[in-house]
Design a protein around this ligand. Structure first.
Ligand SMILES: CC(C)(COP(=O)(O)OP(=O)(O)OC[C@H]1O[C@@H](n2cnc3c(N)ncnc32)[C@H](O)[C@@H]1OP(=O)(O)O)[C@@H](O)C(=O)NCCC(=O)NCCS
Length: 367
């Protein structure tokens, strides 16, 4: 039996969390187009409970998340050391998540506390790498407002909160993508939350998954700094067999619904921050790519410019993706735990057969 390459289209399990059926992204049955402006904490509640919260549930859930946006002192001390190393921020995050799983209170950690710590850890990595002091969350700010404050050190405007909220909602989950599936495999062994999340971060890091947003911006910067024509650059890359990061998708063959929403945010924020040259370059490349390959931009294409407009360094873009996606990872870990069944598929063996050790060793001796 020949399986599709990369298990494309193979249904490996069931989920109630999110779906990309007919190339429409839904969270617990609600289309993403209706959820894009819903507060991130409400989306998290939906992904974890498969229903919308009541007003009072939302207020107390938000309060719970915000009150937990802090890190154990011991973890911060170690982070201060490792986050200054030249390693990639995703490697720092991987080690940080693992470290969080070694603090005294991890036995009592529940998803709200873990998500709050993840957001705080990503913001702290960004601050430490910029030689800036770590900020404390504000009890009167919402989750997204606090997150921006923790990484930028400034109280964001309502417009900035709205834009990043949408980015976070659109990244919150995406059914059985590589990192969620990785987390589910680990969860199926009844391992702990932090072990599952550490492996999810490892999986997201690769440029074929979350690492693409960084590569998109690297391409835009290269084109700008070297003064090349964007279309000639892309054409040369394609001719030499290179993929253009931020294009194509395993599931969406007619366009990523998230990219359409993010495109408008990228347009707005890039003009507001004087970065419109990057956005216009993306527009040119988008049209050219469609003409040449019929490929559409994916979620990572526009977030690259959006994150740049939030003054974030290129190499931290994928840690932002990880921060937003933690909500979905935790939802999948919980669902997998409830299932209580070990994921252990089988493989078709296509190697050599009928070999005999002693006969082959003897043959080697006589060579
Ligand atoms: C996301 C991705 C891995 C999906 O891949 P997939 O479903 O396995 O599709 P394939 O990689 O088999 O691509 C099918 C064809 O389109 C081409 N293609 C896919 N994405 C491409 C891209 N970004 N640039 C150029 N060509 C691309 C492939 O080379 C392949 O061509 P071929 O049939 O001539 O060999 C792939 O599109 C990709 O690598 N994109 C760039 C990385 C990226 O942006 N990742 C973020 C995803 S959200």
């Amino acid at each position: 039996m020949k399986l599709p390459e990369g298990l494309a289209g193979v249904i490996v399990d069931q989920t109630r969390i999110s779906s990309t059926k007919n190339e429409i992204l839904t969270y617990a049955g609600y289309p993403i187009t209706e959820l894009k402006d819903v507060p991130y904490e409400e989306i998290v509640f939906l992904l974890w409970n498969l229903r919308l919260p009541t007003e009072s549930e939302l207020v107390s859930f938000r309060r719970e998340l915000v009150s937990q946006m802090k890190l154990p002192a011991e973890t911060v001390r170690l982070m201060e050391r490792i986050a200054r190393e030249p390693q990639h921020p995703m490697s720092i995050l991987r080690t940080t998540v693992s470290l969080l799983g070694t603090t005294n209170d991890n036995e009592h950690d529940e998803p709200p506390r873990i998500l709050a710590k993840m957001l705080t850890a990503v913001a702290a990595i960004i601050r430490i790498r910029n030689d800036q002091p770590i900020k404390r969350s504000k009890p009167d700010f919402g989750v997204v407002e606090n997150f921006i404050y923790l990484f930028s050190g400034k109280r964001p405007t309502a417009e900035q909160v709205k834009m990043l909220n949408t980015v976070m909602v659109l990244h919150a989950d995406h059914e059985f993508n590589a990192s969620a599936f990785t987390a589910r495999v680990v969860a199926s062994t009844q391992s702990d939350y932090y072990s599952c999340l550490t492996t999810a971060v490892c999986s997201l890091k690769g440029p074929l998954h979350g690492g693409a947003n960084e590569q998109v911006f690297k391409m835009l910067e290269t084109i700008k700094q070297t003064g090349q024509d964007p279309l000639e650059y892309v054409e040369r890359q394609l001719e030499s067999g290179q993929k253009i990061m931020g294009f194509g998708h395993r599931v969406y063959k007619h366009g990523d619904p998230r990219a359409a929403i993010l495109r408008e945010i990228a347009r707005k924020i890039s003009y507001e921050t004087g970065n419109e040259a990057y956005f216009e370059m993306e527009e040119q490349i988008r049209d050219f790519m469609f003409e040449k390959t019929h490929l559409h931009p994916n979620v990572d294409y526009y977030t690259a410019v959006i994150y740049h407009c939030f003054n974030l360094d290129r190499d931290t873009f994928t840690t932002m993706f990880a921060a937003c996606r933690t909500a979905g990872w935790l939802a999948h870990i919980m669902e997998q735990r409830e299932e209580g069944c070990l994921i252990r598929p089988s493989s078709e063996y296509i190697g050599e057969t009928n070999r005999h050790y002693h006969a082959d060793k003897e043959a080697h001796l006589n060579e």
